[in-house]
Design a protein around this ligand. Structure first.
Ligand code: CP3
Length: 370
């Protein structure tokens, strides 16, 4: 494996040190972007899904002062602070914007609230009449505080740290919009999509457009990478996956690349198992985040054609010690020599131990010497 800065910088030999070469230097100094660009790194970059959150006492303190969870998402000063909190402790290679996937339905005009202990509650969209009440007109204005958060975070990051912007993929956001919150079986949205695919397509068109505009503004504000969370992709049949996950994601990725050709997009189609290679090939994502259930041989095979991220069981962060370190070492040893971003198979939970997160981070930061 090569050193971090192993390539001569072409910009340095050009007459005049222009803006483009400054941007290239900044890009080359970030481990996460180097891996996504297919370049050599000294060790795999790492960050953790949901790295900002309730397992951190300093998050709980800001959260208490903020009022509602959505108030925190729309307060650029506080959202910037909680974005940076985990980096101060653990030195991850990337920050992820603090926000939520449900700000999109909120910006479209749907009632969204977060009830402590119960999760999100939305006024469900179940008919053409409900759909007609939503509008994409307010995306840029309603979400302006999110762009300001990105701008602030970007100005406060070390040069080697990347900033990840994100959104929910259209299908996963649609499940919350139609079910009215979290769901176990997705019976309402699935029945709706079988009975009235035209209405479902209209909702998907609205979400693809709104999400593309939202993410393009995140890129303009300073996000270096985009992650698309498709938490509930695994609930669908083969045909459903094609129609409601792959096709909308393909259109979304195309819109992002039309806006910024070299923006890396990481897809997280959770629990789609044998469909992973098809998803990567058809959607055009730059990398794929693997859930906890993906075995390491499958991960290695995927790595031959794409960059992978994942997939340590987040429950290990409540356990710590040898079980966690052994599982992490196994992933680093088997996957760490190819295009690999160390991460979890799903988000950190509130029960995670901050000390376990430190022990894991130290292992990766010092890899391969530990
Ligand atoms: O990763 C990060 O640190 C960035 C912030 C982030 C949050 N949500 C903050 C949050 C990100 C990337 C998300 C994504 C998200 N939100 C997903 C996809 C990823 C996944 O975990 O599957 C989903 C499905 C949501 C929707 C959502 N938001 C639910 C179901 C809940 C309630 C469940 C819970 O954990 O309480 C939320 C609330 C939420 N989003 C919290 C945080 C820190 C907790 C609320 C609080 O602090 O009061």
């Amino acid at each position: 494996m090569g050193n971090t800065m192993d390539e001569p910088h072409s910009g340095a030999t050009r007459a005049g040190f222009d803006e483009q070469s400054a941007a290239e230097t900044a890009r080359a100094s970030k481990r996460l972007l180097r891996v996504l660009d297919g370049k050599a790194v000294d060790r795999p970059p790492f960050w953790f899904m949901r790295q900002a959150g309730r397992y951190l006492p300093e998050y709980r303190k800001v959260r208490e002062q903020a009022g509602s969870f959505l108030d925190l998402c729309y307060d650029p000063q506080k959202a910037c602070e909680v974005t940076l909190q985990p980096l101060r402790r653990y030195g991850m290679d990337a920050a992820i914007l603090f926000s939520d996937i449900l700000v999109i339905p909120h910006a479209l005009g749907q009632d969204v609230t977060f009830v402590t202990g119960e999760g999100p509650k939305l006024a469900p969209v179940r008919s053409a009449a409900d759909l007609a009440l939503l509008s994409g007109d307010r995306i840029e204005t309603h979400l302006a505080p999110v762009f300001e958060t990105i701008d602030r975070v970007a100005g406060n990051l070390p040069v080697e740290t990347a900033l990840i912007g994100f959104a929910g993929a259209p299908w996963t956001v649609a499940t919350y919009m139609v079910e009215g919150g979290s769901s176990k079986d997705f019976a309402t949205i699935k029945a709706w999509s079988y009975r009235d695919p035209e209405a479902m397509n209209a909702l998907m068109d609205l979400l693809v457009d709104a999400t593309a505009r939202y993410l393009c503004r995140q890129i303009d504000a300073g996000a270096h990478v985009i992650q698309l969370f498709d938490t509930w992709a695994g609930a669908l049949s083969e045909e459903g996956l094609e129609q409601w996950v792959i096709e909308p994601t393909r259109r979304l990725v195309q819109r992002l690349h039309a806006h910024r050709a070299d923006i890396p997009v990481i897809g997280f189609p959770r629990q789609i198992g044998a469909q992973l290679a098809n998803y990567v090939e058809r959607t055009g994502v730059s990398a794929v985040s693997l859930d906890t259930g993906v075995d390491l041989d499958t991960a290695s095979a995927l790595q031959r054609s794409t960059i992978i991220q994942g997939n340590l069981d987040p429950v290990l962060l409540t356990v710590g010690g040898d079980p966690m370190l052994q599982a992490a070492r196994r992933r680093l040893a088997q996957l760490g020599h190819g295009g690999y971003i160390f991460n979890l198979g799903h988000g950190i939970t509130p029960a995670a131990s901050p000390d376990a997160v430190e022990a894991l981070s130290a292992l990766i930061r010092e890899w391969p010497s530990r």
